[in-house]
Design a protein around this ligand. Structure first.
Ligand code: GLY
Length: 360
């Protein structure tokens, strides 16, 4: 198996992450060696199922693993309680029992929905993540956040529930639309800024290779992101403290995403949010202007946006910032960089400071 593997260290609930070009075809053989479940339901959206369903199902069959493919309509609109209920019924109909497991084959919607199903169905059955977007490979497939959206907000119903294994096939990125790949790159840059200056320099040095999907570089990049995320999650699984650093760029980013009625995709909104957070840090005297500029330059060089579009209503953005589900007791927390590779969490940013960033 892959030279790029690591563990998320959570005691008895620790699990491996494997990163390899073409690993999809080996998942069956690896699962057959693990004592996770006696049969599986593979959950996927109809689009990803068409692309990769047959490869995964063939790999499972070849390893003698009984599995069925269960699909739902593609898109964030499916990450809701109705689809959750429909999938639950489907699992019951095909006889998924306590000894069975789920395999999430897809992006963040599929992983979050399947994880929440696994956490709830029969009060919890095991599940495995096979993320197929860069964003889900470096973020949502690792760390156990699962859930669905409700009309009042995204991810408002869910559970912390860790997978048993994560298989990351970098070959699938060749079919990912460029916009989505870049959305994932925003989260990748985030890891460098919050925790690893050397990795940040790697992203500067290897821009062409990363944009050109050089397999060795992409594997190393994903491995480093997963390593950082695993370290953070192992220390603070339930986001009481350290894990909040993973929200760097997300406070303003989520608000921009929501105020655009989600026409700006998550990763791009995070790119804008990271630049805004860096400007806030400069305005608060926490970070040098030159360092903030260096990160904005890299974000731009990767083809990601750095500015809040002029047409977005600033008042709407502000009201979404206040509604941020991570705000506690009415104060909004910001993750701000003090230098590239280090952040702090603060609730001492004034409305005026935020205003001046939003009005730029
Ligand atoms: N996406 C942030 C986290 O998993 O904590």
């Amino acid at each position: 198996m892959s030279p790029y593997q690591l563990d998320v260290g959570l005691g008895e609930r620790s699990y491996p992450i494997f990163i390899e070009d073409g690993i999809m075809a080996q998942i069956g053989a690896d699962l057959a060696k693990r004592d996770i479940a006696s049969r599986y339901a593979v959950i996927s959206d109809d689009y990803v199922a068409k692309l990769y369903g047959s490869t995964l199902m063939a790999a499972l069959k070849e390893a003698g693993i009984q599995a069925e493919l269960v699909t739902f309509p593609r898109g964030e609109a499916s990450k809701n309680l109705q689809v959750f209920a429909e999938l639950s019924s489907r699992l019951a109909q095909i006889g998924i029992d306590r000894k069975s497991g789920l395999i999430a084959l897809g992006g963040g919607v599929t992983g979050d929905l399947t994880g929440f199903l696994a956490a709830s169905y029969l009060r919890g059955i095991p599940f495995v993540q096979v993320p197929t977007t860069l964003l889900s490979q470096v973020d949502s497939s690792v760390g156990g956040k699962t859930g669905v959206d409700i009309p009042e907000g995204k991810n408002l119903v869910g559970a912390f529930y860790q997978p048993k294994a994560v298989y990351i096939d970098t070959a699938v990125l060749t079919t990912l639309p460029l916009e989505e790949y870049l959305g994932g790159i925003a989260e990748v840059i985030k890891y460098g800024v919050i925790r690893d200056f050397e990795f940040y320099c790697f992203l500067e040095r290897n821009l062409d290779g990363i944009l050109g999907l050089n397999p060795a570089l992409v594997q190393e990049m994903i491995y480093t992101c997963c390593r950082i995320k695993a370290e953070v999650v192992a220390q603070d699984e339930r986001e009481s403290d350290l894990r909040r650093i993973l929200n760097f760029g997300h406070t303003i980013g989520h608000a921009v995403e929501a105020a655009s009625d989600f026409s700006i995709i998550h990763g791009h909104a995070v790119a804008i949010g990271m630049v805004a957070a860096l400007r806030l840090a400069v305005a608060s005297g926490l970070c040098k202007r030159k360092e903030a500029g260096r990160v904005a330059t890299l974000i731009h060089a990767y083809g990601l946006p750095t500015e809040i579009p002029a047409e977005l209503d600033r008042q709407r953005i502000k009201s979404y910032i206040k509604k941020d589900k991570k705000s506690v007791g009415g104060s909004v927390f910001y993750v701000l960089a003090t230098t590239i590779g280090q952040v702090i969490i603060t609730n001492e940013i004034t409305e005026e400071q935020v205003d001046s960033i939003l009005q730029r």
